[in-house]
Design a protein around this ligand. Structure first.
Ligand SMILES: [Zn+2]
Length: 116
């Protein structure tokens, strides 16, 4: 992938993904039961490519998968990662009214500031 300035866009490294996960867990999910960092990975097998990410707190072993297609878009990776982590923080919330409360909670903590 190239840009106007001729430099190649950098793919998000697995180490970036894991360090963001640890950072978000420390900043925004204290007291919530989230899976270990080893559960987070990029994958081509995310079932719904429109969501760019996938997790299911009811499935063992725990997994948080980010679609390989978004690896050139770091901010999108960060946002999808927060989304998937919130599914762990509120396993029964789905995307209903309680999900909106989670978005507000993250907003109040400043978690969404870098995306707006
Ligand atoms: Zn979701």
């Amino acid at each position: 992938m190239s840009r106007k300035d001729g430099r190649a866009a950098r793919r998000v490294a697995v180490s970036d993904l894991k360090s963001w996960y640890e950072r978000y867990r420390r900043l925004y999910y204290v007291g919530y039961d989230l899976p270990p960092v080893e559960s987070v990975k990029f994958s081509w097998t995310v079932e719904d490519p429109n969501t760019h990410g996938e997790t299911d707190p009811d499935v063992w072993p725990p997994h948080i998968e980010m679609h390989e297609e978004i690896r050139f878009f770091p901010r999108l990776v960060m946002l999808v990662l927060l989304h998937e982590m919130s599914h762990w923080a509120h396993p029964k919330a789905e995307h209903g009214p309680r999900w909106n409360e989670e978005a507000k909670r993250l907003g109040k903590l400043g978690a969404l500031r870098e995306f707006f």
